[in-house]
Write a protein that binds this ligand. Structure first.
Ligand SMILES: [Ca+2]
Ligand SMILES: [Ca+2]
Length: 391
């Protein structure tokens, strides 16, 4: 079983600093290993929104990015990929200081002629720098841009005049988004009842562990009538990384539910706030799936994204199994007993290695509580299928 250490990313990246001239900064998550000792990265970006004049040429800027104790600055220097959207950056001097509890970014334009330096347009976010941390603990951590003195940029106007603009920051907190989704697991699905079995939560003792298999989330007790744990990940783009993820329960009807086992809506912090996200659903011995389109999320209400209604609900080509063979209901491919993101003959071996064992086993691909020959029969029709979730 995979034991990825936590990442309860209660990130409070503040983004979208509104500036006096309607220019903006933001921070975007660009890597999140989700483990203690792994890397956490954000890109600091800048753009202008009023467009007058456009482009504007940056004379200098300063930016302080405080961060919480659960992040540790890595021993090596942060990536100095300044201005990666703009080749015309010669003459600028940049530095990144790792101070106590915050990064300080300084950019100055020594030697740059007026109007010829690093240009910011009103339509594109330009990368300033990528900030890197090591994830130090699993507690919620925060990354914030907090006050009016922490960000300032000065432009050289198109006329050549120094056009200094102090930027007032209006930090936007990360939001706690409301999420709802529905998905079936082929291995646990019954074509006769149209539901999944809940054997693992309804046997005594319960086989589903109180510690989630995907991270270090832990609950006091497992509700009854639960099929298993799944992990729901949100992404900003088709390719990773996850902005955040949570371990949640799946009920017999395919509803992903909160820890009480019944609420059809659950919460996840996102440093990127209200916007459109892709969903990725993971199960320990089924192939992961990603939503075929983005879902608008916010803090006030949720609309359930339903992976069961059509094959097009999942990203890729035939990335969901046709559960009844008539195109009426779909679910995640079963049989990935070795969690390789593909189902092939090696999964038979993984089942064999656990044959006749009971409890919470990877080889128990039909979630019956026992690994036996039936699990071979579940692997078989799924052979040849691979995850279509892009990396
Ligand atoms: Ca496999
Ligand atoms: Ca079984």
């Amino acid at each position: 079983m995979k034991n990825v250490l936590p990442i309860v990313l209660s990130l409070f990246l503040s983004m979208g600093i509104a500036l006096a001239d309607d220019s903006e900064f933001r921070l975007l998550v660009s890597q999140n290993d989700g483990t203690v000792g792994g890397e956490y990265q954000v890109k600091a970006q800048i753009k202008i929104t009023d467009g007058q004049p456009s482009p504007k040429v940056v004379n200098s800027l300063t930016l302080d990015v405080p961060y919480g104790a659960t992040l540790t600055a890595p021993a090596d220097a942060a990536d100095l990929n300044w201005f990666t959207n703009d080749a015309a950056v010669s003459g600028y001097e940049c530095s990144l200081s790792k101070l106590d509890g915050y990064y300080r970014i300084l950019v100055t334009s020594n030697g740059v002629s007026d109007g010829t330096g690093w240009q910011i347009t009103n339509s594109a976010w330009s990368d300033i720098v990528t900030l890197r941390w090591v994830i130090g603990s699993v507690l919620p951590h925060d990354v914030t841009l907090t006050n009016t003195t922490d960000a300032a940029a000065y432009y050289t106007g198109t006329t050549g005049d120094s056009d200094a603009m102090d930027w007032a920051t209006t930090p936007k907190q990360g939001e706690e988004l409301k999420i709802a989704a529905k998905v079936f697991l082929r291995g646990a699905f019954s074509t006769s009842t149209g539901t999944m079995n809940t054997t693992l939560s309804n046997t005594s003792p319960q086989a589903i562990p109180t510690n989630a298999p995907y991270d270090d989330k832990s609950v006091a007790s497992i509700p009854t009538n639960i099929t298993d744990w799944v992990k729901l990940e949100i992404r900003s783009q088709e390719t990773g990384p996850a902005v955040n993820f949570v371990s949640v329960f799946l009920d017999e009807n395919g509803n992903i539910v909160a820890d009480d086992g019944s609420t059809l809506e659950f919460l996840m912090d996102s440093p990127e706030g209200s916007k459109n996200y892709y969903f990725v659903i993971h199960h320990r011995n089924h192939l992961p799936v990603m939503s075929g389109s983005t879902i608008g999320l916010d803090a006030s209400s949720s609309t359930q994204y339903d992976f069961t209604t059509g094959v097009g609900q999942a990203y890729g080509t035939n990335a969901l199994a046709d559960l009844k063979g008539d195109g009426s209901v779909f679910g995640m491919f079963a049989g990935d007993a070795n969690a390789s993101d593909g189902v092939n003959s090696t999964d038979y071996l993984a089942v064999k290695n656990e044959i006749n064992t009971s409890g919470y086993q990877m080889g128990d691909v039909n979630l019956s509580g026992l690994v036996n020959s039936t699990d071979y029969l579940i692997v078989k029709p799924n052979i040849g299928n691979n995850s279509q979730v892009p990396n």
